[in-house]
Design a protein around this ligand. Sequence first.
Ligand code: PLP
Length: 452
Amino acid sequence: MGSRSSAPLAPLLWYQGQVQAVLARSGGPLRLVRAEGSRVWDSRGRVYLDARSGLWAVLVGYGRDDVVAAVNAQLHALSFAPLTDAVSPVAEELAARLGTLAPGDLTSVALVPTGSEAVDTALKFARLFHHAGGDRRRHIIISREYSAHGGTYAGLSLSDPDRGLLRGIGPGLHGIRFAPAPYRYRCPHCGSEPACTLACAGALEDAIVKAGPQRVAAVFAEPVPGPGGVIVPPDTYWPSVRALCDRYGVLLVADEVVTGFGRTGRWFASDHWGLIPDLLIVGKGMTGGYQTLAAVLMRQRVAERLARRRVPHGFTYSGHPAACAAALACLRIVEEEALVERAARLGRRLLDDLGAALAGCPLVGEVRGVGLMAAVELVDDRGTRAPARLTTQSLRCLDEDLRALGVLCFVDNPVIVAPPLVISDEDVTRLVAAVAGSVRALAERRRRTERG
Ligand code: PLP
């Protein structure tokens, strides 16, 4: 018999990606009531440095008057325009702006409400592109391990199957295959060699060949997977994958929902390697977390072919005027405050200082990152690189330690930090101290448990 006083396990409001009952038992959600710059406040008055940028979205910081004013003015002027046969001036202005920022001729823009819907849309576009060109055999999509592509059925189907996201739901979308990611630290081919042998690109080619090159529509990939572990590829990887996609007539779709608009210290992660994908997916940071908006950018040869067809990709809130106004205001801030350069500079510091602060820690296998995204990979054995076996309880303790030091991070293995691009120099110092202190404390707890 359940007692009347025990907290109900089924919540009034559902929390995403959580076992509801576990969250309820562990004290419930963080109740956030206010935010400014890189900081958020909870209902008990505690303040945290938000090294999660909300959920990778808050690039320009919280409480920006310019963004709030732009959204407000837009809502007064025009609060809706159906992006079916109508448009708002801000949606047109944003499309043009995105076209100038994106690499190459990625100048045709489909606006959608969320990153997951953009992924879904890009998948449809990629298959339709071949169909519209008279090639009806190409429907297979190659995705990669360690990937995260969102929460729709297409997004879950494209995400790393090892994460078990479709368990109990059903089979993944038809025609999706997986290839390894260029995860140098855990590469089965050259992880222990002094230099990358690019076997990862070879494995992607093998996946295309195995599927039958004339049946493959597209390769879907995050240029630097973020939630999957901040996996920075070797410099030769993307030029090589671009070349092999061209060789086999396969579209290359880059998911930059996490990495777009300065996160990696370039406007787009693709820019690090001069990569021009055929389709580019953006979202999250485009509106800095102030509104919901995402987009699929297409190269001209793709857009021109699709423009002759009726393409089923509509959503009621696509290109909402207030969201477009927020995006334009955020992109203006990123440019005027040189936040891309700032992310590159502070990112180098973050990485150097985190590496130095955790040097010699037996629990830390690798500290890696690019721009303002970094990961601390935890291992049981630095020699064999065996991943640390961490219980839910030990991860919770790590999270509690970080929160007690006033910092919010993505706590898992690896531990990931991705602060807003406006983070101050002093806050980088604070972040490094909190992460290093908490990880070292975890290492010490484990050492004591093993001994005792
Ligand atoms: N793509 C990537 C790389 C993501 O990390 C995510 C979400 O975290 C998505 C797509 C889905 O975006 P959204 O949550 O806005 O639907």
